[in-house]
Write a new protein. Structure first.
Length: 567
């Protein structure tokens, strides 16, 4: 501590670059401070520091993080406590640019595996961003002293030594209960569960926080689909279970169909208490699919859905720089199947109409020999029976799917009703006379091997790999657009994806190994070494990353316009 004091007094009033002298480690009373990276000027990205604490000094019990899911929950809790402590301490922002800023990668409604707080065998690390104070570009050492010797110790004390144990235990117990539901889904042939009383709508179109209970209609399962699940810590929960197979969500406009599907999309992640979706749990391999006009497609086998193109263009290794709605949706499905997706979540509002359905009248006018597209309605049953891939589909405009459905849920004034039998009766009574066009089998899923020359991180003389918010990644001269990858929920996941693509390109892309192989190898390393391994600051400060699923990582690679696949 004294050494840091002395250094700050020595550089007071000097040019900003003198802050570089602070890099290194310092021993405080209850922690060690590591200043890993010092920003170049007050307007640059903030400096990176780590707070290292001995696990034995902290009021943490080993049973709280003795399994992976619990460790994630405890790390998440401590990151939230840190953000809360920063707001309570309310450090003064004096000076130029980012001067005086103290920030942690604060979690949102979802509980993700993050690098902001990490629990190791004998220590715990907190990773923070700090704006070192300056007036203009002259160092304000007294303000910096206040950060290091007043604000930081107070934040650490509040978040790590004086937290509310009862709240932490509830956080861990909720994680146990959510994991128990995931196990229940697997054991009982289910793809999703929505608890009675869940609050599904959000407070606005730009907020992920729940609508107030005074405004929202709590979810209530149809009796025929209701199950009761016994959970750890003496709790039971009742709600709607969605079995494997083909499930339709129908109903009039504005009655809650898409709201239910959106909740199921997010159910691949656990949520915090009070979110309203704590017990909305979806198979972790469930993936949202939509049309995506204009995206690039590189050598994807879309022949199960599109074939016999004019002039004999091959669709078993199909490429285009500007995909249509139907072509993009077909490619999106096949890419997800390549990565092992087991549940498809589809909303007709964001789908290509000609990809989803072709009715009897259109079949009569344009016979199959002149129509390259095989509609999803003719493949959805094959997907399930041959590949074990279930589908949950929001549909409001076509009853042709009634013939394929195992279950039909109708949303009426935001409440679900099981109308499976009524839908089946209608399908039998009102025959549509359309011809099945799906052939005798679904078709082949082809794994693809990326070429090394697909990945060039250089922009000019330097490498440029960076996330731009939630939806964009700068990779060299390329911009990867993830706007329609709808299960990305946090910009920290996007930052992680940028790093992961760079890491894959350097270590495993050789033109021989397939995309699933190289991605699985990376996740194996993450499992063995922890999420820090994907940071370019590995061994120092990887504090602003959240682990994405393999599906979103693959989606980003597939949207890299420079991607090339070996034939």
């Amino acid at each position: 501590m004294q050494r840091l004091h002395n250094q700050l007094r020595r550089i007071d009033g000097k040019g900003y670059k003198a802050y570089k002298d602070l890099q290194g480690s310092y021993r405080f009373d209850r922690f060690r401070l590591h200043i890993d990276h010092v920003q170049g000027d007050p307007f640059a990205s903030p400096s990176r520091i780590r707070i290292e604490m001995s696990q034995s000094d902290l009021p943490l019990k080993a049973e709280w993080f003795n399994i992976s899911s619990r460790q994630t929950a405890v790390e998440d809790f401590l990151a939230r406590e840190t953000a809360r402590a920063i707001r309570q301490v309310n450090p003064l922002r004096r000076g130029t640019g980012k001067s005086g800023m103290i920030a942690v990668d604060e979690p949102g409604q979802e509980i993700l595996k993050r690098t902001a707080v990490r629990i190791f065998e004998d220590k715990v690390e907190l990773r923070l961003s700090v704006g070192l104070p300056a007036q203009g570009r002259r160092i304000l050492a007294k303000e910096a002293e206040r950060i290091f010797f007043v604000y930081l110790p107070s934040i650490v004390e509040r978040a790590f030594f004086s937290f509310d144990e009862t709240r932490l235990v509830k956080h861990v117990q909720l994680s146990d209960q959510q994991e128990a539901i995931r196990v229940y889904l697997k054991e009982h042939g289910l793809v999703a569960f929505v608890a009675n009383g869940a609050i599904l709508p959000r407070e606005s179109g730009v907020s992920n926080r729940p609508m107030s209970k005074e405004q929202a209609v709590p979810f209530k399962s149809p009796p025929s689909m209701e199950v009761e699940i016994s959970l750890p810590h003496g709790r039971t929960v009742r709600g709607m279970a969605i079995p494997r197979g083909i499930t339709l969500i129908v109903g009039g406009g504005y009655h809650g169909k898409s709201t239910l599907l959106k909740a199921l999309e997010r159910g691949v992640y656990n949520h915090i208490e009070g979110d309203g979706r704590e017990f909305v749990i979806t198979d972790a391999c469930a993936c949202k699919v939509r049309a995506e006009d204009g995206r690039r497609v590189e050598k994807v086998n879309i022949s199960p859905f599109i074939s016999n193109l004019p002039f004999g263009k091959d669709t078993t290794r199909f490429s285009t720089d500007d995909a249509s709605g139907s072509t993009s949706q077909a490619a999106n499905i096949m890419e997800l199947l390549e990565m092992g997706a087991k549940v498809l979540l589809i909303d007709e509002d964001t789908s290509a109409t000609n990809f989803m359905i072709r009715d009897a009248r259109m079949q009569r006018l344009v016979h199959k020999g002149k129509e390259p597209i095989t509609p999803f309605v003719d493949k959805v049953r094959q997907l399930y029976e041959e590949l074990g891939v279930s589908t949950i589909l929001v549909v409001g405009g076509s009853g042709d799917y009634f013939d394929q459905a195992d279950h039909v849920i109708m949303m009426d004034e935001y409440q679900p009703y099981d109308v499976t039998q009524q839908a089946k009766t209608i399908a039998e009574t009102l025959r549509n006379n359309r011809q099945q066009e799906g052939g005798f089998s679904f078709g082949r899923i082809t794994e693809r091997a990326p070429r090394p020359d697909s990945f060039n991180p250089r922009k000019g003389k330097k490498e440029k790999v960076d996330a731009k918010g939630l939806h964009h990644i700068q990779f060299g001269k390329e911009t990867i657009d993830l706007t329609f990858v709808e299960q990305l929920v946090d910009p920290s996941q996007t930052r992680a994806i940028a790093n992961m693509i760079h890491m894959l390109a350097k270590k495993w892309v050789d033109g021989k190994r397939t995309l699933p192989e190289i991605i699985n190898e990376l996740y194996k390393q993450v499992g063995e070494k922890g999420p820090d391994v994907i940071s370019p600051f590995y061994g120092q400060h990887p504090g602003d990353l959240a682990l994405p699923r393999s599906f979103e990582l693959a989606a980003a690679i597939n949207r890299l316009r420079s991607l090339r696949i070996n034939c």
